[in-house]
Design a protein around this ligand. Structure first.
Ligand code: PRX
Length: 677
């Protein structure tokens, strides 16, 4: 196997299964007859990709000033729809109301405890306008950054749209991130205002957000005011800082219900979203207004076949890019009715989602392989208890989907009748780039199939040469696309270096991929030091630097280990300082320490104390060896442990770390050169 195949998610037998997968699902003619997408889209885009987007930009978006040039491409810096002006919130909300759709539902919201709220487009227009007026009263002006740290409640999209309405870029920080992570993002963005909530409901408990926000705010000099939604009431003991904090229900509710949307340039900063890279410092990915809105709305319409009567549910959290693009901006620009659910999929029971699908008549469902595998583990009976016949399109995103999970989803959730779209994209790409088009593409379980019309994706070898069909390599993109990142906030050099330097003239996504004999794309996971845990990107180095931040830790190395549910799980190798005892209690403490530093999702599932770490002469940790050890490769297996430094562990991984449950290992593995006795 090549390096690319070995190092990605699901290396080993999983990938072998994936590549042996030969089942194919041609489109159902009845679906194809009504589909938004047609095969001609590919031809139209191939003939002139820029004209393809230009035409749709004129048709789909409402401009306050038409654009003059479709694309200015000064590699690697793109500008789309130059000279044009629009307002993203107007395009997402007001124009639907003006078109007579004010009574159409924009969001069906369901709180975890069972409370509900329905917001029509007219409601959304009023709420967004009031919130925008409140932002102004708090001193926020066009161009000022606003940080948002909230649970999945209607005020979250309302806050984002309120920012867009006055041209104040937002940066949403996932509610599961720690105070420290929040502070880092606020400081990088130099945000002036924080919008948060007292808490949110998760697995029957109130998660206290305000205390985490307060902790973050000790170290964020740019924040002037804090706007707080009351969600959980007395369930958490939060306090309001006089002169700084103001309740949403007191400030927003008394605002006038009208607020003129501020027209902004196409390239005006819409938002920053921080994502993990290969260093300890998350990158602020820059997304701008018109191209992003166009890219997300066109893909949403074509890939999910979104129609006026659909009830569409993207079950992600808005704190991630999936939620930005496919819960908020794309679907709202299309005037789609969406579903928002606050809580966990297993609360009160593992059929909560199927209950919601049945109750609301959900027609399109978009989720992640981790969720699908978790449901699969619970068996077929729970979805079977519910009438899921309203569903007509199923989507997957965030990680490679194994064929077994794809087929289970297709059969048990889609009743065998729904096209399944496995969509590949990234925080950086803003919009889906590799995907089937339902009604057009013959799908193969586990393959994201082919690039969206107008997207030039390829798989290249280490020198940037396209690999022959049937072989693996690095996924690259050659041409700019409207929703692409415009840079890393405040750091153009890092932008160039991270994405455009590995292969000159090409965007390097950091993923391995393979094309089969039919030209289908099979994503093989990350090839860099980024893990994908339950569809969330976490850098090995972020976790390592959190670990070494603990006084007992001398050194740490972190790798991703294949996990049957979350795709990858975090495996940490830890060397402690002289005089410290390695003990179960310390292992637990370190795990919690990482949780506090980054967030619970970054807590290592496996933690192994080792007296030292395997390093090359130049001091670089031999990660590949650690990956093999974490995967439980047999000791001394020369095929799996083949690496330039020829290292091997002195003892096997303790049995408790080979089970599929969180564990701490105390055994004393050392690292020996293969030539050592
Ligand atoms: O490795 C790829 C994986 O998720 C990464 C992007 O993560 P993030 O920026 O957090 O965005 C996730 C949601 C768009 C990619 O580099 N990934 C995403 N979708 C797929 C995928 N891997 C395989 N198949 C997919 N469909």
């Amino acid at each position: 196997m090549t390096e690319v195949q070995r190092s990605g998610t699901g290396s080993g037998p999983e990938i072998e299964n994936l590549l042996a997968e030969s089942r194919a699902f041609p489109p159902d003619p009845a679906f194809a007859a009504q589909a938004n997408a047609t095969a001609e889209l590919y031809e139209e885009a191939a003939a002139d990709p820029v004209a393809f987007w230009e035409r749709r930009a004129r048709e789909k978006l409402t401009w306050t000033r038409p654009f003059e040039r479709t694309l200015e491409w000064d590699l690697p810096f793109a500008k789309w729809f130059v000279g044009g002006q629009l307002n993203v919130a107007y395009d997402c909300v007001d124009r639907h109301v003006e078109a007579g759709l004010g009574d159409k539902v924009a969001y069906h919201w369901i709180g975890e405890p069972g409370d509900r709220r329905t917001l029509t487009f007219a409601d959304l227009q009023r709420e967004v306008s009031k919130a925008a007026n409140a932002l102004r009263e708090l001193g926020v002006q066009t161009g000022d950054r606003v940080a948002i740290y909230m649970p999945m409640i209607p005020e979250l999209p309302i806050a984002m749209l309120a920012c867009a309405r006055i041209g104040a870029p937002h940066t949403v920080v996932f509610g599961g991130f720690s105070a420290e992570a929040l502070a880092g993002r606020i400081n990088d963005a130099q945000a002036k205002l924080l919008i948060t909530a007292d808490g949110g409901w998760r697995r029957g408990k109130a998660v206290d957000l305000k205390s985490a926000a307060d902790e973050a705010l000790r170290d964020t000099p740019t924040i002037e005011r804090v706007l707080v939604v009351r969600r959980v009431g007395g369930a958490v003991a939060s306090s309001m800082a006089a002169g700084r904090d103001v309740w949403w229900h007191e400030l927003v509710e008394r605002q006038p219900p009208e607020c003129l949307p501020v027209p902004v340039d196409s390239e005006h900063l819409l938002y920053l979203l921080y994502t993990s890279g290969t260093t300890a410092k998350p990158k602020g990915i820059v997304h701008t207004s018109a191209g992003y809105l166009l890219g997300t709305s066109v893909t949403h319409e074509m890939i999910f076949d979104a129609k006026p009567d659909d009830v569409y549910w993207c079950a992600a959290d808005i704190g991630w890019v999936t939620g930005h693009s496919y819960i908020v901006y794309g679907p709202l620009a299309n005037g789609t009715t969406g579903v928002l659910y606050e809580g966990a999929p297993d609360t009160p029971d593992w059929d909560r989602w199927w209950q919601i699908v049945e109750e609301l008549g959900v027609t399109i469902l978009y989720t992640a392989p981790t969720a699908i595998r978790a449901f699969m583990k619970q068996g077929d009976a729970l979805p079977a208890k519910h009438d899921l016949s309203s569903l007509r399109v199923l989507g997957s995103v965030g990680e490679p989907i194994n064929p077994e999970a794809w087929l289970w989803y297709q059969r048990n959730i889609g009743g065998g009748r729904c096209p399944v779209v496995d969509t590949w994209w990234q925080t950086e790409t803003g919009m889906i780039l590799i995907t089937p088009l339902p009604g057009v593409t013959t799908t193969k379980p586990g393959s994201a199939t082919s690039p969206f019309p107008g997207i030039d994706a390829d798989v290249v070898d280490g020198e940037g040469r396209p690999v022959p069909l049937g072989e693996g390599g690095y996924l690259v993109l050659r041409r700019p696309w409207p929703a692409m990142l415009r840079g890393i906030y405040g750091d153009p050099d890092r932008y160039r270096e991270t994405y455009w330097s590995r292969f000159p003239g090409m965007y390097f996504a950091g993923d391995g991929a393979r094309r089969d004999e039919d030209g289908y794309f099979w994503l093989l996971g990350r090839v860099d030091d980024v893990m994908n845990v339950a569809g969330h990107r976490i850098s090995t180095i972020e976790v390592e630097s959190a670990l070494v931040g603990h006084p007992s830790v001398a050194e740490a190395a972190v790798v991703g280990k294949t996990d049957p549910v979350s795709g990858q799980a975090i495996f940490a190798f830890v060397t402690i300082r002289v005089g410290v005892e390695s003990a179960d209690a310390l292992g637990r403490e370190l795990r919690e320490h990482v949780g506090r530093a980054i967030g619970p999702i970054a807590r290592p599932k496996y933690l192994l104390f080792t007296p030292d770490l395997p390093k090359t002469r130049s001091g670089k940790i031999v990660r590949r060896l650690l990956r093999d050890v974490a995967e439980g490769a047999p000791l001394g297996d020369t095929t799996t442990l083949a690496d330039p430094a020829s290292w091997r562990p002195s003892a096997p991984v303790p049995p408790e770390l080979r089970k599929n449950e969180p564990a701490i290992g105390l055994s004393r593995i050392g690292w020996m050169r293969r030539s050592d006795p």
